[in-house]
Design a protein around this ligand. Sequence first.
Ligand code: ZN
Ligand code: ZN
Ligand code: FE
Length: 763
Amino acid sequence: MDRLAKEKKQGNLSRRIIETKGIVQGVGFRPFIFQIAKRYSLHGWVLNTSGGVLIEVEGEEESLQAFLDDLTMQLPPLAKIDNISVVEAEATGYQDFRIRQSKSQPGEYVSISPDVGTCVDCQLELMDINNHRYGYAFINCTNCGPRFSIINDIPYDRQYTSMQPFQMCDTCAQEYQEPSDRRFHAQPNACAQCGPLLTFIAGEPLQVINGDAIKQTVHALREGKIVAVKGLGGFHLACAAANEAAVAQLRQRKHRYGKALAVMMRDLEQVVRYCELSATEEKLLVSPRRPIVILKQQQGVKLAPSVTQGLPTLGVMLPYTPLHFLLLASYQHPLVMTSGNISEEPLVSSNEEALEKLSGIADCFLMHNRDIINKIDDSVTRIIAGREAVIRRARGYAPEPMLLPEQLPEILSCGPEQKNTFCLTRDRHAFVSQHIGDLDNLPTLEYYERMIAFYKHIFRINPLIVAHDLHPAYLSTQYAQSIGNVQLIGVQHHHAHIVSCMLENGITGQVIGIACDGTGYGLDGNLWGGEFLLVDYRSFARLGHFKYVRMPGGEKAIKKPYRMAYGYLYSLFGKEASAFQKYIETIDAQERLLMEQQMDKQLNAPLTSSCARLFDAVSALINIARHVRYEGEAAIRLESIIDEHVSDYYNFDLQEHILDPAPILKGIYKDLLSNVAPSIIAAKFHNTLINALTMVCQEISSHTGVKKICLSGGVFQNAYLLQGLVKQLTKQGLEVFWQQKVPANDGGISLGQVMIAHYNTKL
Ligand code: ZN
Ligand code: ZN
Ligand code: FE
């Protein structure tokens, strides 16, 4: 290069100081930066801080621009930039490009990557007999593997994970140090020489059985045994999904008689043999998040009847750890893989706990010696109205933050009682916790408190504002009240549901909120759950609701929908309820009398406007679900029998935004007497609700001028109802929003609570 050209070039050299925040650690971000810097011959360095990733690059203007383009456009699959700042500076004369030592800044924080399903490269190596990790159950790289479940502190370095006790062998260490390697700074990097190993435990008394642990597990499964398998976020209980005796025994030993059991299938080819699969469902199944996806079963499926107990849907997931890949490659057939816990307690995650708590359920154990630090359940999703809807948000999703429309102070929201999650905020981030469970037993409460402490620590959040549900008996409310030295803000349950929906859809201002839900504590002390609201972040107005009826026996009416049905008939028709003779005769006369007394004297017969309870009542009335084993079962069964060709509907009564279902129940009973098929009645009932709710929205919209509608509450997990309503409302020129990223059920409450608390504390 001649002197003139060289001078010209140096004159063009410039520097950029780049700061990125988001999911930028533990996802191959620094090697990616290293590679694009090399690509454009740029010099400088990249550095992990406890607040994100800091980069300095210098070179020619054109190359810097190309670097920045690649940086934002070609991110590694798991990385996500929430915030990037670029400052121009003069060149300082760096001679090469380096990855510098991590630096931690007090009080700073980074997002932590959720756990990631085994990537395709690792899958290939796992099955490649010539690879030195062939058959190794803990293979991973910067693009995949455990993250959140093995972390106990930040920055995300091996010493702060449960890989800390394992010393890397030379081969692994070399990969770890080589910037061009796929395992560069892959913190859980390991191989059979240096990393965690499997053990198989069986027999009486239980003992370690030597030999190939996978082979022995497969042998046990073939014999119809139940195996406790240590996974990523906790133990699963596994058995052959085609073996009725095994599945029935699993249910019996686990005392799990209601909910369907999830199934793990070998690959997509196997999935389509058992289930219908759309392109969107397929994409979700194979995504690195690897959730359970609720699919429609093919006609004539040959899994054991006890897996779904007659439901036409099936929760399916693909293998997501190398251990699962090995297991399914060897076993070949679908496996029931249900949470390894007892009744409603949190997942079992340590080996000792598994041997103690699961030995009454499992015949044998497939374990390993890498500790699970943060237990986390499988996530559950379903494609509704063409889009992914998360029903249980846990592994693969949490603790990825939701981006808020504005900056918030540090707030803790304690969430609801059932399907609890909590949420912590900082800057524009809302860290919604993984699914915690129902806060009705001590182990779940302990898990809840431990996780709150962990999130506070790891995200460096010290909340002085604490939001809670208005229900005084919720353990989450009582937890909030026990904290002390914080400002407490009570948030109405359905206000939180609707604001949760607004936030994930990025909506500010005012919306019409339709909350169709189980039950939530209302401002008047009644149990709300079918609410027509005008909502903003600060407050709401209750413009209407489903007509109040009594729940004879309170909780008892939830477990016994036939009581709820009578609650409706007696509340709405009084003595005229006798017109429903044929139904009434199905109830024990004495129990009926008792219910009437409860309702007359208003003793343990609370008023409710819950939409879910109407579903219960209708299910019982047409004999689809007179008893249920879990809340929501009656509605799920009712939805599952819908004849989709039916467009007919029932009359309803809507006055002053109060929806009176009396004409609907009359219509259903009339159909029942004329032997109309339950599948037709179910369809007509759903269609009626779609029409009624559309009319509610139209009326409120024309009075208020508000055109945005937010739909939330557990009832909107009903795909038929949601799809139909979205279609109708859109047709009317209204803008409809619903929940996808956080659950429409109470799992989404904590997100709404934080923003409402913020708007009620700021001046
Ligand atoms: Zn990988
Ligand atoms: Zn090694
Ligand atoms: Fe709710």
